[in-house]
Unconditional design. Structure first.
Length: 373
């Protein structure tokens, strides 16, 4: 209880001291944070740099916002440090490509450990081939997503120019809460990067096309997100197309946090993406958290100097979801190795009210694991 109360005390100090709270928002009163989840999140992040965010999809309440850096408690790790989302971003890509009619759920693509096009080579882990959309999500196929994303940008029949194509692509992503601050009720939030026409024309002065920005198709390159945004992305999928702006003050009267927001994604696009996320846990890259209740998730492994970053987004149960989670651990390795098990524990604790004996043992092992560059 002492640890729980200390966490909430820190949050109260953070929130009441934030200058942005003066903009019509309460600076005291109850918070939406669930002490049990906050304590668990802080335990799991010991010895690591990263964050765990959990949101109630039904109302946008932030129920866990745990974060850790080598320098101690730092809220900005969760809301103020945009980084490449890696393959977690493939969910948003799939929704956009389906909505625009670039692909169908049955679109299949060959992948032989990646793809080479001229002097461009993008690798992929070994998996069966070809894959349709749901299996491409479940197996996290880089080739499927970068090629289809590139096809959208280069589609001269549907779009008058590459500028128009990337602008439309970006509008879908923004409707899912990506690319800019969401204006939550905590100071220090950052927005991240979504490549737009102006940005790309400035960066690639000799010209660009879909292949130039292939890497954005798999959540690398010209795209960054905060863990909070990734969690909200999971919320939009859990709700099949809507969300409330995440907030940490309970019983808020501010209409910003009480207004339901719709994504631009076609309603029919959600079912195959959710099926793919379910398959990822059942027989894909996240089988380590397979359990009796249906979790839908997507792993992310982010390439960078040093050990890869580990990321995972999820929601549960699949129908009538009660929790959405995003975990991001710097230098944590594969998304399946660290971020997914951490998310699985948070989901279990929330849905079951406690961890099983076996899960408590897993939590202790993760807590004792030190992660560095």
């Amino acid at each position: 209880m002492r640890t729980m109360m200390s966490a909430l005390f820190v949050w109260t100090l953070l929130l009441t001291a934030a200058p942005a709270m003066a903009q019509g928002l309460p600076t005291d009163g109850p918070l939406t944070i669930r002490p049990m989840l906050q304590q668990l999140g802080e335990r799991l992040l010991k010895g690591k740099t990263g964050s765990i965010v959990a949101i109630d999809p039904e109302n946008g309440e932030i129920i866990c916002l745990a974060t850790n850096t080598p320098h101690g408690y730092d809220v900005h790790q969760a809301i103020g440090k945009p980084q490449a989302p890696g393959s977690t971003f493939k969910t948003a890509q799939a929704l956009t490509l389906l909505s625009e009619g670039i692909v169908t759920p049955d679109t299949r693509m060959e992948c032989n450990s990646g793809i080479t096009d001229g002097n461009i080579k993008v690798g992929c882990h070994k998996h069966r081939s070809p894959l349709d959309l749901k299996d491409a999500l479940a197996q996290s196929c880089n080739t499927w997503f970068i090629v289809n994303f590139g096809s959208m940008i280069n589609d001269g029949f549907m779009y008058e120019s590459k500028d128009e194509a990337i602008t439309i692509w970006r509008s879908y992503m923004q409707s899912m809460g990506l690319g800019g601050p969401m204006h939550i009720d905590i100071a220090g939030e950052q927005g991240g990067l979504l490549a737009g026409a102006d940005y790309l024309n400035r960066r690639y002065k000799d010209g660009w096309d879909g292949k130039t920005i292939w890497w954005a198709g798999m959540g690398q390159g010209d795209v960054t997100c905060t863990p909070l945004q990734l969690c909200n992305l999971a919320v939009t999928i859990a709700n099949r197309g809507w969300y409330y702006v995440p907030h940490i003050h309970k019983n808020t009267k501010n209409q910003r946090y009480l207004t339901k927001r719709q994504t631009k994604v076609a309603k029919e696009a959600y079912a195959p993406v959710i099926e793919g996320m379910r398959l990822a846990v059942e027989k894909g890259t996240a089988t380590s958290i397979k359990t009796s209740y249906p979790i839908c998730g997507k792993t992310g492994t982010i390439e960078n100097p040093g050990e890869d970053h580990s990321a995972f987004i999820a929601f549960a149960p699949m129908n009538n979801p009660r929790i959405a989670v995003a975990v991001y651990v710097e230098h944590g390795g594969f998304g399946a190795d660290l971020a997914a098990p951490m998310a699985g524990l948070v989901i279990e604790a929330y849905l079951k009210g406690k961890l099983s004996t076996a899960s408590e043992g897993k939590a202790k092992r993760i807590e004792e694991k030190k992660v560095g560059k």
